[in-house]
Write a protein that binds this ligand. Structure first.
Ligand SMILES: [Zn+2]
Ligand SMILES: [Zn+2]
Length: 339
């Protein structure tokens, strides 16, 4: 089969690998779509502890192609969304229902073979049947599962005034889940008007265009919307210049929610006194846990919409172009590989 393989940071090749064979409790999927996201850009640079040789690709939808001898829950030809994180179930974190921090995690697309390949072998237990959801919708299963878990972590208060920085995939998904979780008002701030239009179509109450080079006008607009600050400020950008704005825009007693992916070595300055005296909460969330079935439900019902979000499609042989789109193209919301 054809696959993307990294042997070290920055160096990937489009190459031939032997077709993988499923073990007794595994299935082999023919990959139908594999989303490219910021995680892949970090992996490209060697961040997030990849294990080499690595085939990345963690947002995988596939068709079941062959079954291990013990598999009775899936059928050949079925379309499934993959929960790519296979936790051990027995380490101290798994036993405390924190599989995200499993010390023996097998993470397809990070430490195990991922979906930027024609085929992938995965545990049958991590395949969620999705024949009834259009491919371009179920392609968002993994990012939506992460956003649903984000709602678990944030536990937003009904009626609260929420600001979301960022209108990429994660910003658009979080804004919809926040609106659907009873937020009193959802404001989305981002640099690209086309993305903000989608945010409004998806239910955002207010949108503010951020000028990346001169943020003073947009900050003034946000201050005018919430003179005492927002109850919750969500960073879905990972950009330090944005993260620095989160605390000042949060009202006393409010919450800053860090959801965007900053680099592992990046740092921001913050005032412990401000967090102490204003009783601020800073929370983070980065993955999915026990949230895949809920993600498929909100996609199935259209409670979370994704129409118009796939802006770029590539073949497996154009992985470099897909990475460039995710990193550099401001018009890119979701890039998808169709092997
Ligand atoms: Zn992702
Ligand atoms: Zn574990």
């Amino acid at each position: 089969m054809k696959a993307i393989v990294y042997d070290r940071p920055h160096a990937f090749r489009y190459t031939d690998l032997p077709d993988p064979e499923p073990g007794p409790a595994e299935v082999r999927l023919r990959v139908l779509s594999a989303g490219v996201c910021g995680t892949d850009a970090h992996l490209h640079r060697g961040e997030f502890s990849p294990r080499y040789p690595l085939t990345p690709g963690h947002e995988v939808v596939g068709e079941v192609e062959s079954l291990g001898e013990e598999v009775t829950t899936l059928a050949v030809g079925q379309r499934v969304a993959l929960n790519n994180r296979v936790s051990c179930g027995s380490c101290a974190n798994c036993r405390r229902a924190r599989p995200a921090f499993c010390t023996r995690l097998r993470d397809h697309g990070v430490t195990r073979p991922g979906g930027f390949a024609e085929m992938i072998v995965v545990p049958a237990s991590h395949c969620h049947p999705a024949d009834d959801i259009p491919l371009d919708v179920v392609a968002f299963a993994e990012p939506v599962a992460c956003a649903v878990h984000g709602m678990d972590v944030l536990a937003p208060q009904p009626g609260s005034d929420v600001l979301v920085f960022g209108a990429g995939t994660t910003g658009l998904l979080l804004a919809q889940l926040l609106a659907g979780s009873g937020a009193g008002r959802v404001t989305v701030a981002a640099p690209t008007e086309a993305k903000l239009k989608l945010a409004r179509d998806f239910g955002a109450d207010e949108t503010v265009v951020m000028d990346r080079d001169d943020s003073s006008a947009s900050l003034g607009a946000l201050r005018a919307l919430a003179p005492d600050g927002f109850d919750t400020v969500v960073d879905a950008t990972g950009a330090l210049t944005v993260i620095e704005q989160c605390l000042p825009l949060t009202r006393d007693g409010g919450t800053v929610f860090l959801y965007g992916m900053a680099g592992e070595r990046e740092r921001v300055e913050l005032s412990p006194h401000e967090i102490f005296s204003r009783e601020l909460t800073i929370r983070g969330s980065f993955t999915q846990a026990f949230s895949f079935d809920r993600a498929l439900r909100v996609l199935r019902t259209g409670r979370v919409r994704t129409d118009g979000m796939i802006t770029h499609r590539f073949g497996l042989d154009s992985y470099g172009a897909a990475l460039d789109a995710v990193r550099d193209d401001r018009g890119c919301i979701k890039a998808v590989i169709h092997p």
